[in-house]
Design a protein around this ligand. Structure first.
Ligand code: PRT
Ligand code: ZN
Length: 284
């Protein structure tokens, strides 16, 4: 039995999805010209699809699991489960209006025309705010709608904000924050659940490793106590004697977010020869 995974065929999530599999040690062909391919070293078949189709295909059992943006998952009213956020494809679904348009909260959009590719999510948001607007569903280039007189406002995905800026639009409300997630059909056969558990174990190890750095440094023994206090470490740091008498080497792991603060403290405390490397996988 093979676990069937649906990923985006081409587009913003494709490369990161394939990279994630690779980091999990799963070898597949890059599927730009294919519909599907098999992993050579894991019981997995990878289907390349349009992102909009992935939720439905997972629900229908064509694929068992998939990688898709939360924005797409929530827009399609399907009964599948979000298993794990993957940390890439981050964006937000935002409401934007032409620069200079008087705006005093969502109420301003009462009775106005809004263009979007996410009518369901936008409708839900407006309802929650007690606003009734006329939604125009369009599938691409939503950002030009106000300029061509099709709508007063838009709701679209934003990451850097430059598309809005270039089209003279101003972001006003965040409807949803989104990232790529791993989804699965409700109940899989036990053998497939087992394969999914193996995949999740690998993904977790890769994700954890990305948040940490491995640090090696040298310290004079009289400074050891002070330096060890600075290092949070996973458990206790490793301390090894150097060939040079009176010196030790310390090995430990620190969180990426603490990294610069810790490095500064370490040098101030007398640490030398600090080496920092990425970690590929981490199992705790
Ligand atoms: O062909 P297919 O249907 O599979 O692809 P697609 O064209 O529908 O989707 P694609 O590849 O554009 O996006 C896939 C997924 O990437 C989306 O569903 C989101 O989950 C995620 N994502 C992350 C984004 C963005 N960031 C993003 N910035 N999807 C689209 N955009 C677009 C946005 O629509 C706007 O046109 O980029 C523009 C805004 O970007 P900034 O940087 O100018 O703000
Ligand atoms: Zn799409």
């Amino acid at each position: 039995m093979k676990l069937k995974l649906a990923v985006q065929k081409s587009g913003r999530l494709h490369e990161d999805s394939i990279r994630l599999l690779k980091e999990c040690g799963i070898d597949i062909n890059n599927g730009l010209n294919r519909l599907k391919t098999e992993a050579s070293n894991f019981p997995m078949e990878v289907l390349y699809l349009r992102d909009d189709d992935i939720p439905q295909y997972v629900q229908d059992g064509v694929a068992d699991i998939g990688i898709v943006g939360q924005n797409v998952l929530l827009e399609k009213a399907v009964h599948i489960t979000e298993v794990l956020p993957l940390g890439f494809g981050k964006c937000r679904l935002a409401l934007a209006v032409p620069k200079g348009m008087p705006y005093e909260g969502v109420q301003t959009l009462q009775g106005k025309k809004i263009a979007t590719s996410y009518p369901r999510l936008v409708q839900q948001f407006l309802q929650g705010e007690g606003v009734q607007a006329e939604l125009h569903s369009i599938s691409g280039s939503v950002e030009i709608a106000p300029n061509v007189g099709l709508a007063h406002a838009i709701a679209d995905l934003v990451s850097s904000g430059s598309t809005l800026f270039q089209n003279g639009l101003e972001e006003k409300e965040t409807i949803l924050r989104s990232e790529a997630v791993l989804v699965k059909r409700g109940a899989l056969a036990p053998e497939l659940e087992d394969l999914l558990a193996q995949l999740l174990f690998r993904i977790e190890a890769v994700k954890k490793a990305k948040n940490y750095k491995y640090i090696l440094l040298n310290a004079p023994n009289e400074k050891l106590a002070e330096i060890l206090k600075i290092l949070p470490g996973m458990k206790s740091p490793t301390v090894l004697p150097l060939a040079e008498v009176g010196w030790s080497s310390i090995h430990t792991v620190v969180q990426e977010q603490d990294f610069w603060r810790i490095i500064q403290k370490l040098t101030a405390a007398g640490a030398q020869g600090i080496l920092v490397t990425s970690i590929e996988k981490m199992v705790l």
